[in-house]
Write a protein that binds this ligand. Sequence first.
Ligand code: MN
Length: 301
Amino acid sequence: MLKINRIKNMSQKKIDFICPPGASHWVGDGFLMTNFIPYQKGLSMRDMDPFILLDYGTKIYVKPGGEPKGVGVHPHRGFETVTIAYHGEAEHHDSKGNHSIIKKGDVQWMTAGSGVLHKEYHSKDLAVNGGAFQMVQLWVNLPAKDKMASPTYQALTNAALTKVTLPDGSGVIEVIAGDYKGANGPAKTFSTVNVMNVKLGKNGKADFSLPASQNTALMAVEGDFLINGVKLPEKNLLKFSHIGTDFTVEGKSETSTLLIISGEPLNEPIASYGPFVMNTEAQIQEAIRDMQTGKFGYLPD
Ligand code: MN
């Protein structure tokens, strides 16, 4: 019996650390964010390669009758921004002429590539009527060969996400990118990444298997969890080490939402300066020049 348990446990993913939230700060005047990647617990842009940023938005309540709040026009080059709406709505405009409202449960997967200007605000509806607002934003690095890809934009509505209902009905897995037990998410990606939400009822339980070679982390967006029997409180991030493949997620709150991010590292040089993430300093200087000379296009305030 002992022998069987030992074999079973060998495939269990080992937890590297659990990271509590640090101080939060306002991004623009509409997003109350906590940076987990980089900055927390010594996490650099390399430690979760190809995920170079994870900004956790605290759930806020927007008072009715105001003007939309958010972040004005700013550029990006060299990576993808992924915005996941958990509560409320965000409105997006970019210099490629895209305009959309990311509603509760929706995901916006924007490939900045060679460069875009965009702005992100609460939707008009949310500003007028008020309500809860919560988003998480990820930055997914692009492989060197794709950094100057044409900017594109995937508006993934919640209905378009792949839903896997747990056999006992205790929850649902929403696959955004990659796959869960062979069910593929709709996002087109440039490298191997898995991004999914695990939405559970009280004591709902799901099991996962992700390659040991991938960088894998879990963000407790809402509610408390047990991960392989270890407590993961709300607003904490758990990072796995590169030992083992399997883990179980158990919801300990009435309802709970966990974000799983996992990807094969690109293992390429990173040069970053604010909204530009490239491979060399020369490419950063080029990005600044291109931005100043209007090569990112135009977007009014
Ligand atoms: Mn942005």
